[in-house]
Ligand binder design. Structure first.
Ligand code: FPP
Length: 243
């Protein structure tokens, strides 16, 4: 655990992180893009553990979108290797799960992922299923619209088989069929690296999320940046459409 942790009076329950800027970080150093992803993966672990230690209960990290398959084949293969390495190597794995009691959830499409990675994902979810202190979602082969389509397909099937009446479909009906079913929506979504958009991340769940942007590239993101996110969050007034 980290020593000398700050105390915050107001904490978001759920923070979403869009881990952007790895490629530019590498380019600035004259390195291949894959080196940026490797550094980004170290920061993923560092920030995940820090958030858990200061008391954040839910986090979602955007690791690979349904659109990322369009990247050069070598980059995609490198990312899949990196995910595999992080799940198979005890040193690199986010955790240590036993002390921090972090439950891992992978959100996104399972089809299309390499078989070895899929097995590791299922193992990680099984091995951490008993924890409830901290929940970490890793969005992998994830698209917000794709997630909603998937939910709609399930609802349509229930309407077709007569187990659900169209008039009984509510927001909760949809939310219950998302990958994040049962979890609170993100209170704040963090996007470093200067881009000001959500890029198909938690499309349904982000309806009332606060947004936090910075020019720092993800591999340069630090614990102090997390502190800034939390302090800024505490200053914002969330009205959810009220006054
Ligand atoms: C976007 O930056 C980043 C990605 C598509 C990959 C994010 C993945 C990681 C940080 C690894 C996470 C590791 C685990 C184990 C979950 P970019 O490549 O688009 O950067 P650029 O905009 O500067 O080109």
């Amino acid at each position: 655990m980290n020593g000398n942790l700050p105390h915050f009076d107001v904490l978001p329950t759920h923070i979403g992180f869009i881990m952007d800027g790895n490629g530019r970080w590498a380019k600035r150093r004259g390195l291949p893009r894959g080196e940026g992803h490797k550094e980004g993966a170290k920061v993923f672990k560092k920030i995940g553990e820090y958030c858990a230690d200061v008391g954040i209960r839910y986090m979602t990290f955007y690791a690979f979108s349904t659109e990322n398959w369009h990247r050069p084949r070598q980059e995609v293969a490198g990312l899949m290797e990196l995910f595999t390495e992080y799940l198979s190597d005890g040193e690199l794995r986010l955790g240590d799960n036993e002390t921090r009691q972090m439950r891992l959830h992978f959100i996104g499409r399972r089809d299309g992922l390499p078989a070895e990675l899929l097995e590791l994902i299922e193992r990680a979810e099984r091995k951490t299923a008993m924890y409830d202190r901290v929940h970490v979602n890793i969005a992998l082969n994830y698209g917000g619209r794709d997630e909603i389509v998937h939910a709609v397909q399930q609802i349509a099937a229930q309407v077709a088989d007569g187990s659900l009446a169209p008039a009984d479909i509510t927001e909760q009906t949809v939310a219950d069929r998302l990958y994040t079913a049962g979890q609170p929506d993100p209170d704040i979504i963090v996007r470093p690296s200067g881009e000001l958009r959500l890029s198909n991340f938690l499309t349904w769940q982000s309806a009332y999320s606060e947004l936090w942007f910075s020019d720092v590239l993800w591999p340069d993101f630090t614990e102090q940046d997390v502190n800034r996110v939390i302090e800024d969050y505490a200053k914002r007034s969330r009205r959810f459409g009220g006054v």
